[in-house]
Design a protein around this ligand. Structure first.
Ligand code: GDP
Ligand code: GDP
Length: 434
């Protein structure tokens, strides 16, 4: 699990240009292997071997031309609450603006690392213009040009130095995160699930900030619920603020092993839900989809569940091996089943297939249907093994790994799924040279 870095600043200072530069390399890799849709405002990055998540807060501002000051305040507050470090970006072309000063005022009170990044310093002349940003009272600044890349390395050096060490997980219990859009019924679900406080075993203190885990013993299962306090604490922020739920989801997902993705059956599995789904999948977390408020769906003929399930699967292709349950937090229908399934997915995610068994199953299948010849080259897969990683990854050793394309990797993945239970768990398939 990596730390979370938020990029904040006025519109047009160059946040998304910088963001794209940060995640470009990795996103390109992800895209090539999974063909998954991209989420422009959230991504993974790493520098000098240190991995972190980046959020471009600018992406969530509506009508960025006449942005309300209050909206900015709120974003800054959220970024401060949820991120482990903040990059505050300003623009040397415009110099210090009133809005910059307002944000700086908020940031001066923060006890998390804040890096002041003066952008658009494309040449040495502008280096001198940057001096005025001392006036923001945030101390030293870093100059950079997001467009040509100069200065970005130094900024990232400084960033990884101040990033908190990623937290050690306290125990081996499954960590479940309940995620979804506002009003999906997350807090109702959690209340229905754990109900009385007596099921709380202990609050597990987070190491860097206020506790985000609570340990439960329920239905004979022991598990940590990630971020329950956060979901229940619906204080100062507007609940319909999508940015808020994205921020929370990112954080909860990062800390979890399995995500229980809730959505409102009457509203459907829309783009935002899909976004959260891919966030979890791309972070290699286990996933259980919970179609909540099923009590409100009038016409529940035998076909409805089947059709509904098909519709969801259409959206989450090609990762369709995911449990989908129809629940009601209100009537407590299938609440137990939801947790039971989450525990099962947790076990699937921890599953280690013995190498001999894996080869016994896979090699005959590969022989039956070998990788199609590519540009006249014939790929010969010799053996395979599951890597010793916290989530399932499989390496297939062959003479010409670069000639094996995604569809064939998907074939291998499907065969693995047919023979071993990885339901709800993203798995990666790599080709390695041997
Ligand atoms: P955001 O609204 O803060 O995300 O800003 P954008 O990344 O969309 O950038 C706003 C404008 O500034 C775009 O036209 C960018 O091409 C431009 N821009 C971004 N970074 C730089 C830079 O380092 N130098 C210059 N000269 N222009 C930049
Ligand atoms: P959250 O924002 O995701 O935590 O959603 P809440 O738990 O606050 O629920 C939002 C609204 O949906 C509240 O009015 C709940 O009473 C209602 N709600 C939640 N779950 C259900 C359910 O299963 N059935 C029905 N009918 N209403 C529900």
């Amino acid at each position: 699990m990596g730390a979370i870095v938020a990029i904040i600043g006025r519109p047009n200072v160059g946040k998304s240009t910088f963001f794209n530069r940060l995640i470009q390399r990795r996103e390109a890799i992800v895209d090539a292997t999974s063909g998954v849709t991209r989420d422009r405002h959230y991504g993974k990055s790493d520098w000098n071997g240190k991995e972190f998540s980046v959020i471009d807060t600018g992406g969530y501002v509506l009508g960025s031309d006449d942005i309300f000051e209050k909206e900015i305040d709120k974003q800054v507050e959220l970024a401060i609450d949820e991120a482990d470090a903040i990059i505050f970006m300003v623009d040397v072309e415009t110099g210090v603006t009133g809005m910059d000063e307002d944000v700086a005022k908020l940031l001066r009170r923060v006890d998390k690392p804040v890096l002041l990044a003066v952008n658009k310093v494309d040449n040495a002349m502008r280096e001198q213009d940057a001096v005025e940003f001392y006036n923001l009272g945030l101390g030293d600044y870093h100059t950079l040009s997001s467009i040509n890349g100069s200065g970005t390395g130094d900024l990232l050096d400084a960033l990884v130095q101040v990033l908190p060490d990623t937290e050690q997980e306290q125990d081996d219990l499954p960590r479940f995160a309940v995620v979804g859009r506002p009003n999906a019924g997350k807090s109702s679900f959690i209340n229905a699930l754990i109900g009385e406080e007596r099921y709380i075993v202990t609050d597990v203190a987070g190491t860097t900030r206020d506790s985000i885990d609570t340990k439960y013993n329920r239905f004979g299962f022991e598990f940590n619920l990630v971020d329950t306090a956060g979901i229940r604490r619906k204080a100062k922020v507007r609940e319909d603020l999508e940015f808020y739920s994205v921020m929370r989801s990112v954080r909860a997902i990062e800390h979890s092993d399995v995500c229980l993705l809730l959505f409102d059956a009457t509203r459907g599995f829309d783009g935002q839900v899909e976004n959260i789904f891919w966030l979890a999948a791309r972070n290699n977390k286990g996933i259980v989809i919970l179609v909540n408020k099923w009590d409100l769906v009038e016409d529940k003929e035998t076909n409805t569940i089947k059709e509904y399930t098909q519709r969801i699967k259409k959206v989450i292709e090609p990762f369709v091996d995911v449990p989908i349950l129809f629940i009601s937090a209100l009537t407590k229908q299938r609440i137990f089943k939801a947790i039971e399934t989450a525990v099962q997915v947790y076990e699937n995610r921890s599953r280690k297939v013995v190498t001999r068994k894996l080869n016994d199953v896979m090699l005959p299948l590969i022989e039956q249907y070998p990788p199609p010849a590519n540009k006249g080259k014939h790929v010969k897969i010799k053996f395979c093994t599951q890597l010793p990683t916290p989530y399932p990854q499989f390496a297939f050793f062959c003479n010409l790994p670069q000639y094996v394309k995604d569809p064939y990797k998907r074939y291998l993945e499907n065969k693995i799924r047919e023979h071993f239970d990885f339901s709800g768990v993203p798995i990666s398939v790599f080709m390695r040279k041997k």
